[in-house]
Design a protein around this ligand. Sequence first.
Ligand SMILES: NC(=O)c1ccc[n+]([C@@H]2O[C@H](COP(=O)([O-])OP(=O)(O)OC[C@H]3O[C@@H](n4cnc5c(N)ncnc54)[C@H](OP(=O)(O)O)[C@@H]3O)[C@@H](O)[C@H]2O)c1
Length: 327
Amino acid sequence: MKIGILGTGMISEQFVSAAQEISEIECVAVFNRSQEKADLFKAKYHLAQAFADYEQLLDQQLIDTVYVGLPNSLHYAYAKQAAEHGLNIIIEKPFVSNIQEFDELIRITEERQVKVVEVTRVLSLPNYQVIGEHLSEIGKISLIFLSYCQYSRKYNALLEGGTPNVFSSDFSGGALMDLGVYNIHFIIGLFGIWDKLSYIAKKRDNEVDLSGILLMEYPDFIVSASQSKNSFCDNQIIIQGEKGTISVPGIPSKLDHVYLSDKDQKTLISVEQSRNNFYYALSDILHVFHDDQLYQARLAHSRLVMLTLDQARASAGIVFKADRSDR
Ligand SMILES: NC(=O)c1ccc[n+]([C@@H]2O[C@H](COP(=O)([O-])OP(=O)(O)OC[C@H]3O[C@@H](n4cnc5c(N)ncnc54)[C@H](OP(=O)(O)O)[C@@H]3O)[C@@H](O)[C@H]2O)c1
């Protein structure tokens, strides 16, 4: 797989570092709107080419896949252009801004016979598998709590009057899109689609959410998922059943330690995850690209996540520029 990296932020750096450990992946080129930044990235990671003109990168036939490490609202347009040039796409979470963009992008990829896979980080973790395998041991589930709350290093810039992309409705930002999406991947991957949903959020200037609680109601149990970009939290996951509990100290995209407890004992059931989560995510993405059935299943999963994000935003009155037809 010969990859062109779109964007030179921290996440693109992590992508290239993880990709360099996988022999099937070769990062060949980078795009940034500034040639200077693209050149610096190219030099740092020993890539072959650097572009400030996206069309030029797509026209060169240097790559077969793009990695979209750009702000959320740009995922759709950059991915669409790549698909139209016959390239596969690895797309950062959240997939795109809304379900309309999702369906249109999938339509185009099918027409051009290319594939698009989301970097989920949750589904590929070995301990996510472990949790799935032990669920039946805790009996009928009644409640699930999980949280991904993290005081953002960009929050101070917001307080000082700036609008970092991650807090901008123009860039499809907010706590749900940035952090809540991991909670949703975790839950949808294990339990599928909910029956009812509501999202209560504290919003910035009545725009994007800074923090909020998402309630997902399933036939037998309720999920409470917290996400926040303006508070510190000792994050945890707790899955409560009639016979026991599965608990994880931490966020759904790490899952380093998983415990199974009942009234008598608490047992560590996790395996050692010796690689970083991006390495697992990339190895998984390679499998998904190579297996059509897995690819369709993953697309269906990503679509449910996108639907959940849309419904949650509708419930809390969060509207993005991308949602408006006059954008
Ligand atoms: N940051 C993380 O830890 C993290 C973790 C997981 C996933 N992600 C996902 O990765 C994606 C990028 O997030 P981020 O926080 O890294 O975003 P970001 O810092 O705002 O921007 C990332 C890259 O996009 C470029 N960019 C920004 N606005 C642009 C525009 N209008 N046109 C073209 N390029 C533009 C930036 O270029 P400049 O340098 O020129 O501004 C930068 O190279 C998001 O979808 C996010 O959900 C991020």
